[in-house]
Design a protein. Structure first.
Length: 243
C-alpha cells in the first residue's frame, strides 16, 4: 500500500476513496518531487519500480496460479482495462480546485499510468522490478526520447534523492513557481497538456469536459506503446541482457 498524500496546504490530501478510485503517489514521493520539480518524472519512475514493481509481479503470479496457461495477451488486456478505467477517475481524486488540485490530479494520473506499464510488463514475462523499467517508463511516457538520456537523468535524480535525504534540496523558491513547474513536468509524463489540465481545475465545469476524455486517451495510447515494447518478452529488450 502507498502512503497517504501529505497534509500540506500546498498539496492538499485527497479524501478517502473507494477501492476503484486510483491511489495517489506516496507522501514521501510528493515531498521529493516538490523539493526537486525539475526531476519529478524521474523520481516518480524510480519510486514506481520500487513500490509498484513487486505489486505487478505478485499480481501476475496470482493470475497464473489461478489460471494456468492463461495467455499473456489476456493478462495484458486485463491490466489495460483495469488501469484505463482508473485513469478516467483520476481527474477528480483530490477534490481540490486551483493549481494544487491540478498538480495532485496529474500526479495521480502519472502514478496510475506507471502502474499500468509495470503490470503490462509483468503480463508479458518482463520483470517489473528490474531497474530498467524506470528507463522504460520515461521513454514510453515520452519524457525522454531515448533510453540513454533517460538512464542519465535517472542517475542524476537518484543522486539528488540521496543528497536530499542528507541535506535537503528545497530552497527559498516561490511556492507558486515550484507547483507550476511540478505540474508541467508531471503533465508531460502523463501525456496531457499542462495548460489545459490546469484550466480544467480552475474553470468550473471544464474538468468534466477535459478530465475523463484526456486521461483515458493518454492512457490508452501509453498502453499501446507498452504492449508493443513488451509483447516479445524479455529477450527482445537488449537492456535486460546487460551484465
Amino acid at each position: 500500500m502507498t502512503d497517504p498524500v501529505p497534509v500540506d496546504p500546498t498539496v492538499p490530501a485527497p479524501p478517502a476513496a473507494p477501492q476503484d478510485v486510483p491511489e495517489a503517489p506516496p507522501a514521501t514521493l510528493w515531498d521529493r518531487m516538490r523539493d526537486d520539480p525539475q526531476y519529478a518524472p524521474e523520481h516518480l519512475a524510480l519510486e514506481a519500480v520500487r513500490r509498484l514493481g513487486p505489486e505487478a509481479a505478485q499480481w501476475v503470479a496470482r493470475e497464473r496460479a489461478a489460471r494456468p496457461g492463461v495467455p499473456a495477451e489476456e493478462l495484458a488486456d486485463q491490466a489495460v482495462r483495469r488501469f484505463v478505467n482508473r485513469a478516467r477517475l483520476s481527474g477528480a481524486v483530490s477534490g481540490a480546485a486551483g493549481l494544487p488540485g491540478a498538480v495532485i490530479d496529474i500526479g495521480v494520473l502519472a502514478w496510475t499510468q506507471a502502474r499500468l506499464v509495470l503490470h503490462v510488463a509483468a503480463a508479458y514475462g518482463v520483470d517489473p522490478t528490474h531497474r530498467d523499467r524506470a528507463t522504460d517508463l520515461l521513454v514510453l511516457q515520452k519524457v525522454h526520447k531515448v533510453a540513454e538520456s533517460a538512464r542519465l537523468a535517472l542517475g542524476v535524480a537518484a543522486g539528488r534523492e540521496r543528497a536530499g535525504a542528507l541535506f535537503g534540496l528545497a530552497g527559498e523558491r516561490p511556492l507558486g513557481r515550484v507547483m507550476l513547474q511540478l505540474g508541467v513536468r508531471l503533465a508531460q509524463m502523463a501525456g496531457v497538456r499542462a495548460a489545459k489540465r490546469i484550466v480544467a481545475k480552475v474553470v468550473p465545469g471544464a474538468a468534466i469536459v477535459l478530465g475523463t476524455w484526456a486521461n483515458s486517451s493518454a492512457t490508452k495510447d501509453l498502453a499501446d506503446r507498452a504492449r508493443a515494447l513488451y509483447r516479445g518478452g524479455p529477450e527482445h529488450l537488449p537492456q535486460q541482457r546487460r551484465p
